[in-house]
Design a protein around this ligand. Structure first.
Ligand code: BG6
Length: 286
């Protein structure tokens, strides 16, 4: 059912869905990967999207919020970070109610997914924008097979920042992390506010439900909250790696930080007919 409110409109272009709360608050989702590619909040873009992102088959969109499923990182059965972010999803419904706009996307097993990962599954992805609760992205996974399966998943959120050198992230102190830039060795975070120095690629284990990212657009703070996602990956490729990626602006690393809520250290195990939900919420504060 579609509820219509005057102050909230929706417009669709080919392969894209736009949810408009008003001129200053809207979100755009690309059907390729059900990737949120733009989030305007308070009149400003809050997500980083590389201008050289390829938007072509087989290659994930470089920026926004790609959905990682059923594998975070390299995968012996298929591409890094799995197939969800490089699959065309279906738009199932759009809803406008109570000052919120939302869209629901669906991906079910198909020939391409089965060639890599031979299970029947259903992914439902709800993207909701509201003035009071910001941007919410909620993924639910249902096992529609007769056999158990396991997976890892993550929302690969690229936040736009003023200057990556001055960005800091809270609520990671004293936590254990795997440093992918140091042969996957485990360390304990000593800093109360994490800084990105010459690049970072870490998996923080069992993180609190909320991280604050200070130094986002125009000095704003983005609060990243999560539910059902125990871990947080923090990534910035820095100069040399960015240069070596054909879809990453050479200077783009200065304008982004990925803070990625995920279920990646352990694997999620789903019994036949079982369903599990994973949610990220982004709110901008000054
Ligand atoms: C991060 C990983 O989540 O994604 C990094 O921790 C990886 O190791 C990065 O380099 C980007 O991955 P991709 O496949 O989008 O280039």
């Amino acid at each position: 059912m579609l509820y219509v409110m005057e102050a909230c409109t929706m417009a669709d272009e080919v392969d894209m869905v736009t949810l408009n709360l008003d001129d200053d608050n809207r979100v755009v989702i690309h059907m390729f990967g059900a990737t949120v590619i733009s989030w305007i909040c308070g009149g400003k873009e809050r997500l980083f999207l590389s201008s050289t992102s390829l938007f072509e088959n087989g290659k994930a969109i470089r920026g926004g919020i790609p959905v990682v499923f059923p594998q975070f990182g390299p995968w012996k059965l298929g591409p890094q970070h799995g197939f969800a972010r490089i699959s065309m999803w279906d738009l199932y419904s759009k809803k406008i109610a109570d000052g919120r706009c939302s869209a629901r996307f669906i991906l079910i097993n198909n020939e391409i997914s089965e060639a890599m990962w031979n299970y029947k599954f259903k992914l439902i992805y709800d993207v909701t924008i509201s003035k009071t609760n910001g941007l919410s992205c909620s993924l639910s996974v249902t096992n529609q097979d007769s056999k158990v399966f396991d997976f890892t998943t993550l929302l690969h959120t690229y936040l736009k920042v003023d200057d990556a050198e001055t960005v800091t992230v809270s609520n990671l102190q004293s936590l254990k992390y795997i440093d992918k830039l140091k042969n996957g060795e485990e360390f304990t975070e000593s800093d109360s506010l994490l800084k990105v120095v010459n690049g970072i690629d870490r998996i923080y284990k069992s993180t609190p439900a909320t991280q604050e990212v200070f130094g986002c657009v125009d000095g704003s703070t983005v609060i990243v909250s999560k539910n059902g996602l125990p871990d947080t990956v923090v990534w910035n490729p820095w100069a040399e790696k960015a240069r070596n990626m054909s879809d990453f602006d050479d200077d783009g690393y200065k304008k982004m930080i990925c803070v990625e809520p995920g279920f990646v250290v352990e694997r999620v195990i789903l019994q036949p007919q079982e369903e599990r939900s994973f949610t990220q919420n982004l709110v901008v504060t000054k």
